[in-house]
Design a protein around this ligand. Structure first.
Ligand SMILES: [Cu+2]
Length: 734
């Protein structure tokens, strides 16, 4: 029996210049590393001293379902000032980690290493690998924003993160880069600016620090010629990290806690929540070699210096060529929002479309047409014209790990005689409303997926969304069908890039309700997942009221997100406020003039978004407006109907439809019989911080605006409005 006491408390940290709330366990971030040996029984006492509920999930660990730590699914949340005891036998070995599965707590400190050691007597014990000096490492990110706020801003298409990352991809930047047409096509196809990640972080942390010196293990200083094993977990809430090393090749020896045949690579991308065990050499005396973890968007990194002496740095990864990425996405995106792989049958990260953005693989940005060839060698040149266009390893001498290279050290074939259940899922979603789902259904909209104990479950996953998703299965390892036959690697996470299809299989061998979800925290909280449930299983004693638990579980993706904006201008006030969730939108817009001639109006629309891309939203509207007009003035709309835009108290039916160029076409029929058609485009990115917009309708009203974004909550706006005239002012947004 190995026992740990974990006390969860609120704390204040200062990772990036500001004091912010975080959550510590036993006073530390990351949470303490828990170490067991295969054959132990783990007993973990969790004392919740927060003012909110919590939970701990043992990621990648085989255990009885009620110990899995998913609140409202495998147990009830751990209430404040109570203790919950997790107890389970350790029946595997390998590098894993643990984290809170409650709300967004994982983002603010609740992640830690969970190591299960292999016994020396184990027949799979590898001399030269399993007996190396070892360091557990958990990677994570820090943001000075509250995670709740990040989640809300993602849902209201706030592009502050892109501004901070210098990744707005505005028209002026496009023109400067010679990519005006690329930008036009992008907006024609109704895409927002593309990026490889959604959230801007202030700091990247390795074991809680941006920079760490690793000079010894167990008081034994390193010497040249030593090898070190790093057990790396990606505890980041939404980041993928490139791992590179200044001291030579990285030898990967295990993935998601499972041994693989050692493979030497120059770099690997570790997906959110994935784990890799790697061996790195210390090739020389008196030098500390930099081990570098860089976010996929290459804006931030953290370093670990391994060895004693002068620091030898790894060159940082160059900035992404965003417009090349945009061009690639344009080619892949069909007008209906589906992705088109153009017959490439992509899988297992072997073809990485993002290579078009990597200067170290596809050359520096070309300055003028004609001189793009100088950076490419012949190999590169050849690959560019073949099916290897996106094959990073064929395009350069840099070897990047992909899933096809993983080969288990032991046979992993599933029980041959078991019945097979095959399930297909399409990973779906859209960036503009930040909705993420499977088969266009979020957790609360889908039934549990029933499986039978003993059967082999095959999952075929196709990613039809524009983001990559690290899909994670609780309680089981699956084999990834990657061409290695009986030696297919065992994993519990698989990263699936846009347009990839991957096939996984696992033997259903432990009863329970097991969560299967995207491990990007903000995608999971938006509802991207399913529950696998065993048929005819015994009830979970920790879920006394299954109906209540389910309602709480579903509340996560049913949540409404609030946003509001008001422009305090010289000619009046106008603004909007909206509550939105996965499908529903309740929004009010207002214009309040400073005198009766300018008038007052509010429009409220309650609508529901239809389809995966959510371009269509039928709504019911409530309009109220008043404007004093000159005697004898009588206006008609373009249909010759008497215009009620000056005095109106109406109910309406209508719809919004997003046209190419992201223009919203609105049709509204009022109960008086009047009809109004309207075109609106907001947030045209003119430059990094300048946005333009316009509105025009059949009541002969129009508006044009320019807005300069000062910070996350403030802008300076100038506009001309057909009713209220010219105005300038300050916009505050939440
Ligand atoms: Cu995802």
């Amino acid at each position: 029996m190995v026992k740990y006491e974990l006390t969860v408390t609120d704390t204040i940290v200062n990772f990036s210049g500001k004091e912010k709330r975080a959550i510590a366990v036993n006073g530390q971030i990351p949470m303490p590393t828990l170490v067991f040996t295969e054959g132990d029984t783990a007993e973990i006492h969790v004392h919740n001293q927060l003012r909110e509920t919590t939970s701990l999930h043992w990621h990648g660990v085989f255990l009885p379902n009620k110990e899995d730590g998913v609140p409202n699914l495998t147990q009830m949340p751990i209430e404040p000032n109570t203790t919950h005891i997790y107890r389970f036998p350790i029946i595997q070995n390998g590098t894993h980690w643990y984290h809170s599965h409650s709300g967004l707590q994982e983002q603010i400190g609740m992640y830690g290493n969970f190591i299960m050691l292999k016994k020396e007597s184990d027949p799979s014990f590898r001399k030269g690998i399993d007996d190396l000096p070892t360091v557990p490492i958990v990677l994570s990110e820090w943001t000075n924003f509250k995670p709740e706020n990040i989640h809300r801003m993602l849902h209201s298409a706030n592009d502050w993160s892109a501004i901070k990352k210098n990744a707005t991809q505005s028209y002026s930047e496009a023109i400067k880069a010679g990519h005006f047409k690329t930008k036009l096509t992008n907006e024609w196809k109704r895409m927002m600016a593309m990026d490889v990640s959604d959230v801007y972080y202030d700091k990247i942390l390795i074991n809680g620090r941006p920079d760490t010196d690793l000079k010894s293990i167990d008081d034994k200083p390193f010497k040249g010629g030593d090898n070190v094993r790093l057990r790396i977990s990606n505890g980041g809430a939404s980041s993928y990290f490139w791992l590179t090393y200044a001291g030579g090749k990285i030898t990967v020896v295990a993935s998601d806690g499972n041994d693989i045949e050692p493979i030497a690579v120059d770099r690997l991308l570790i997906a959110a929540s994935e784990t890799y065990d790697i061996v790195v050499p210390i090739p020389a005396e008196n030098i500390a070699f930099e081990f570098l973890a860089t976010t996929e968007d290459r804006t931030k990194s953290a370093s670990l210096y391994i060895g004693n002496g002068i620091k030898q740095l790894k060159s940082p990864l160059p900035r992404l060529k965003y417009f090349e990425g945009m061009k690639m996405m344009n080619d892949m995106m069909k007008m209906n929002g589906d992705l088109d792989d153009m017959g490439m049958k992509m899988s297992l990260n072997q073809m990485d479309m993002n290579v078009v953005m990597y200067p170290e693989i596809t050359g520096e940005l070309k300055k003028k047409k004609g001189d793009q060839k100088d950076k490419m060698d012949m190999k590169n040149e050849h690959a560019h014209h073949s099916e290897n266009k996106y094959n990073s390893n064929a395009l350069s001498d840099i070897t990047t790990l992909n899933y096809a290279m993983l080969k288990s050290t032991t046979k992993t074939s599933l029980p041959a005689k078991a019945p097979v259940k095959e399930l297909h899922f399409i990973l779906t979603g859209n960036m503009s409303r930040y909705v993420w789902s499977l088969d266009n259904k979020v957790v609360s909209e889908a039934d549990k997926i029933l499986i039978k104990k003993g059967e082999n479950v095959r999952l075929v996953l196709y990613n039809n969304s524009m983001m990559r998703h690290p899909m994670h299965l609780h309680g089981h390892d699956f084999i990834v069908l990657n061409g290695q036959g009986d030696y297919a690697p065992l994993k519990n996470i698989i990263d699936i890039m846009p347009m990839e299809t991957d096939t996984l299989a696992f033997n259903a061998n432990v009863e329970g309700d097991w969560f299967f979800h995207c491990h990007i925290l903000y995608h999971m909280m938006s509802g991207m997942g399913r529950v696998f449930s065993y048929e005819n299983q015994a009830p979970n004693p920790l879920i006394p009221n299954p109906k209540l638990a389910q309602r709480n579980l579903f509340a996560d993706d049913r949540k409404f997100h609030f946003m509001a904006e008001n422009d305090f201008a010289t000619n009046g006030n106008d603004g909007i406020a909206m509550f939105q969730n996965t499908r529903w939108s309740i929004g009010t817009a207002w214009r309040l003039g400073y005198n009766p001639m300018h008038g007052y109006e509010t429009e409220t629309h309650v609508g529901r978004y239809i389809g995966q891309m959510q371009w269509l939203m039928p709504f019911i509207g409530f309009d109220w407006r008043y404007r004093k007009i000159e005697i004898g003035e009588q206006e008609k709309n373009i249909f010759g109907q008497t215009n009620t835009k000056d005095k109106r108290n109406l109910v309406s039916l209508g719809f919004n439809y997003t046209l190419p160029m992201l223009i919203i076409f609105q049709t509204e029929v009022f109960h008086s019989g009047d009809v109004r058609l309207q075109l609106i485009r907001e947030d045209i990115p003119i430059s990094k911080r300048l946005r333009a917009g316009f509105m025009l309708n059949t009541d002969k009203e129009f508006m044009v605006e320019l807005r300069y974004i000062v910070n996350k909550n403030m802008g300076i706006r100038t506009h001309y409005d057909s009713d209220m005239g010219f105005g300038a002012g300050l916009t505050l947004n939440y």
